[in-house]
Design a protein around this ligand. Structure first.
Ligand code: PLP
Length: 372
C-alpha cells in the first residue's frame, strides 16, 4: 500500500486544479507587463489570483505580493533588516528562513509555546540597540503542528512596545482560517505547496504602508517587492487553492482530519507519546515519540519499505546530521525525544484505510526495532 503521511513537507496538487490552470496558461500567455491588450488577459488572470489570496487572508488586494514560496516570503520580510537598521527576534522553533535572520531566539516551553515573558525581555534588550525591532513567530510549527502563540499574546506585546510582527503562516495556511486583522501581523507568509497548490510559489502579505526591501534588483513587479516576470502557473495554483480552502466542501473534508489523526494516536497510545501540546496544534499533525526504538532513521527506513512515508524532522533540514532543533528547543538536550520521534502529517485526502494501515505498520516496525 502507498501511504503518504508527510503532508507538512508537501501535498498532492488539488484534484482538478492542473486541468483548469493549464488551460488558462495556454490561452493567456502574454507577459502581463506588456503594453498591449493581449497582455491585459494575463494581467487579469494574475489579478484574480491576487483577489483570491486576499480574500483567504482577509486583507486588501494591494497587500499581497507573490513570491517563489515561503522561504522567499520570509526573506523579503526579514533579511534586509540589518541594512534597514532593524533587529529581528524569533522563537527558538522557527524555520531556518526566519531563524537565520534573527539575532535573538526566544525560549519555548515543552508544549512548544513561545515564552512571552522572555519575548518581552528580548524586545526590551533589542530596543536599546535599535529603535526598530521585528518579532517573527510562526503560526504553527512544521514539526509538531503546535500553535506557537495559541492565545495570541505576541501581537499585544508587539503593539505595546511598538514593534513589527511577522508571522510565518506557511503551515497554517489551508489548515486553519487566517484573518490578518485579528492576528495583528504586519507581514505574513504563506506557501502554495503546503495546501495542495504547486511548489515554488507563495505570497507575502505586507500591511499597507510597511516597506521591507525588495528581494533583489529588477523591475517594478509585485509593487516593487519581488521583481521578475511572474510565475503565472504557480500563482494561478495559489489563487485556486485560496478559493478552494474557503469552500464548504473543503471545510467538510478538513473536519475529518482531526478524527483520523486522533484515531492514529489512539491506536498507538501504548507505545508512543505525543510531543508538544495535544490541545493547541494543527489537526493534521502528530509528532510521536517512541521511547523504545533505538533511532528514528531506522524507523523511517522500515516504514518506507512498507510504503508508509513520514518524516523525522522537517524536509528542509533532513540530510543534515543534527537531529530536530525543534524538539531540542522544547525538551532540552538531555531528552532523547529528538532522536526517537517521527512526524506524521495528514491531508484532507488521507483516508481511514491509510490511517489503519499506517497504525498497524508503525506498531509492527516499532515492536521489531524495540527487540533489537
Ligand atoms: N516556513 C515553514 C514553517 C515551513 O514549514 C516551510 C517549509 O517547510 C517554509 C517556511 C518554507 O516554505 P517553502 O517550501 O515554500 O519555501
Amino acid at each position: 500500500m502507498f501511504c503518504y503521511l508527510d503532508n507538512n513537507a508537501s501535498t498532492q496538487p488539488c484534484p482538478g486544479m492542473l486541468e483548469q490552470i493549464t488551460k488558462i496558461v495556454q490561452g493567456k500567455y502574454a507577459n502581463p507587463s506588456s503594453p498591449h491588450s493581449f497582455a491585459e488577459e494575463a494581467k487579469g488572470a494574475l489579478a484574480l489570483a491576487r483577489r483570491q489570496v486576499a480574500s483567504a487572508l482577509g486583507c486588501n488586494f494591494g497587500e499581497v505580493v507573490f513570491t517563489s514560496g515561503g522561504t522567499e516570503a520570509n526573506g523579503i520580510a526579514l533579511q534586509a533588516a540589518p541594512e534597514l537598521g532593524e533587529t529581528v527576534a524569533c522563537s527558538a522553533v522557527e524555520h531556518p528562513s526566519v531563524s537565520r535572520c534573527a539575532i535573538e531566539k526566544v525560549k519555548v516551553s515543552p508544549e512548544g509555546f513561545i515564552d512571552c515573558e522572555h519575548l518581552e525581555e528580548v524586545v526590551l534588550k533589542l530596543r536599546q540597540w535599535s529603535p526598530r525591532v521585528i518579532v517573527a513567530v510562526m503560526y504553527a510549527n512544521n514539526e509538531t503542528g503546535v500553535l506557537v502563540d495559541p492565545f495570541n499574546k505576541v501581537s499585544s506585546i508587539c503593539e505595546k512596545h511598538g514593534v513589527h510582527l511577522h508571522i510565518d503562516a506557511v503551515q497554517a495556511f489551508g489548515k486553519v482560517p487566517l484573518d490578518i486583522n485579528s492576528l495583528g501581523a504586519d507581514t505574513l507568509s504563506i506557501s502554495a505547496h503546503k495546501a495542495h497548490g504547486l511548489k515554488g510559489v507563495g505570497a507575502l502579505f505586507i500591511r499597507d504602508g510597511f516597506k521591507p526591501a525588495p528581494a533583489f534588483c529588477g523591475g517594478s513587479h509585485e509593487f516593487g517587492f519581488r521583481p521578475g516576470t511572474e510565475n503565472q502557473i504557480g500563482i494561478l495554483s495559489l489563487g485556486y487553492v485560496s478559493e478552494k480552502i474557503q469552500s464548504k466542501e473543503y471545510q467538510d473534508l478538513l473536519s475529518q482530519v482531526k478524527i483520523r489523526r486522533d484515531n492514529l494516536e489512539d491506536m498507538l497510545a501504548d507505545i508512543s507519546e505525543v510531543n508538544g501540546s495535544r490541545e493547541h496544534r494543527l489537526d493534521n499533525t502528530s509528532n510521536l515519540y517512541f521511547p523504545d526504538v533505538p533511532d528514528n532513521d531506522l524507523l523511517i527506513d522500515e516504514l518506507q519499505a512498507a510504503g508508509v512515508y513520514v518524516s523525522g524532522k522537517s524536509a528542509c533540514s533532513s540530510g543534515m546530521p543534527t537531529p530536530s532543533r525543534v524538539l531540542r528547543a522544547m525538551y532540552g538536550d538531555q531528552s532523547d525525544r529528538h532522536e526517537k520521534s517521527i512526524r506524521v502529517s495528514l491531508s484532507v485526502y488521507t483516508t481511514d484505510e491509510e490511517i489503519e494501515y499506517a497504525a498497524k505498520t508503525i506498531r509492527k516496525v516499532v515492536e521489531d526495532l524495540s527487540n533489537l
